[in-house]
Every structure is written in C-alpha cells, then in structure tokens.
Design a protein around this ligand. Structure first.
Ligand code: COA
Length: 172
C-alpha cells in the first residue's frame, strides 16, 4: 500500500533549470532510463545525447524542483506536435528515487499545466504512460487527466512482461 514518505523536507521550489543543475539532472535521468520501468527511452543513451534530448530550447521549457542544496526532480515541456498539432502540449517528468512520495511530482505536473495554460495550449497530452506506473497514473488522474486509450503490450517491463502504454489527456 502506498504511504507518502515525506523523506524530503517540503521546502523545495520549481524553477527554470540552470546549466549547473545538469549533473544532478543527469543522475536522475540516468537512474530512470536504466531502470526501464517507466519511460520508453534508450537505456544506453549517452550523457551527451540525454542532455540534447532533455534540454530542449525555448519555446520549450525545462525546470527542476530543488531545495537550497539539491535537485529533487526535473521536467521538460513542449508542443506535442508541430504545425497543425502544436496547440497541444506534452512533457515528461522524473523525480529522484529518494525524493518520491513527498509531493515533488505533483509540484512539477502542476507547474507544467500552469505553463501550458498560460502559453495558450488547448490541452496537455502524455503520449506513453506505462500502465503499471501507478504513481504516475494516480498523480495525473488526481489532476484531471483521463486515459484516452491504451496501446496494448507496447512497453516491455523488465519484471512484468509486456504492459500497456496509456495516452492521457487534460483539456485546459
Ligand atoms: C511518477 C513520479 C513522477 C511521481 O513523483 P512523486 O514525487 O513520487 O509523486 P508525489 O509525491 O507528488 O505524489 C503525487 C501523487 O502520486 C500518487 N503516488 C505517488 N507515489 C505513489 C505510489 N508509489 N503508489 C501509488 N500512488 C502514488 C499519489 O496519488 C500521490 O498523491 P498524494 O500526494 O495525494 O499522496 C515519480 O514516481 C517518478 O519520477 N517516477 C519515475 C519516472 C516516471 O515515472 N515519470 C513519469 C512518466 S509518465
């Protein structure tokens, strides 16, 4: 059963990522992608490629959730598609394992929704939420996202076999 841990003091804030945040961001990203449990990224991605993939230039936005000592989580956000699809936003977030269950993911997702709304997007779409990622599904549903559909067996989970990938949607 899920019990919030509150292992990290709640004194963190979400702010734009700075260049010197990268080593801590990379540590979070590397742990998530090598676990291969929650996000369909190449687990062998180099640090260089990860930085290019994650740190998208404006008008995309990259943030961290950090206290005065350390980065606890990071998110990026951008138009989901180009041209006639660029009125729908998307994004990705990751929280350091030691900081989970303390509200960091909720703060990053709320920040992303606020950014999308004030940037004039009509909706936020998450393209590939792993069906077994209960934390993410519950978090997004609690903020109003609905599941539009599931691509069956589209994600090879290391211990649970082939599991679905959800498309999740929030009208703004
Ligand atoms: C998904 C993730 C971002 C959640 O971040 P987090 O900081 O742990 O989440 P929060 O502490 O803000 O919790 C928000 C909500 O998520 C749900 N939740 C969080 N952890 C949970 C867990 N282990 N089991 C069930 N629900 C959970 C709860 O509904 C919680 O609401 P509450 O605050 O009312 O308890 C984090 O687990 C993570 O980075 N996972 C790896 C990468 C990933 O999955 N990214 C998202 C890809 S779609």
């Amino acid at each position: 059963m899920y019990e919030p841990q509150h292992r990290v003091a709640p004194g963190f804030a979400v702010r734009e990522a700075q260049d010197d945040d990268w080593p801590q961001m990379w540590s979070i990203i590397r742990d998530v992608i090598t676990a291969q449990e929650t996000i369909p990224y190449d687990p062998g991605m180099s640090e260089h490629d990860a930085r290019r993939m994650w740190q998208l230039p404006a008008p995309a936005r990259v943030v961290v959730a950090a206290d005065d000592r350390q980065v606890l989580g990071t998110a990026n956000m951008y138009a989901n598609r180009q041209g006639p699809g660029n009125h729908v936003a998307s994004g990705t977030l990751m929280v350091a394992e030691r900081a989970r269950g303390a509200g960091v993911g909720r703060a990053l997702t709320t920040d992303m929704i606020d950014w999308a709304r004030r940037s004039g997007f009509a909706a936020v779409q998450f393209n590939a939420v792993v069906d077994t990622n209960t934390a993410a599904v519950r978090l997004y549903e609690s903020l109003g996202f609905v599941t539009l559909g599931v691509a069956p067996g589209a994600f090879r989970h290391p211990s649970q076999g082939n599991v679905g990938l959800r498309i999740m949607w929030l009208d703004l």
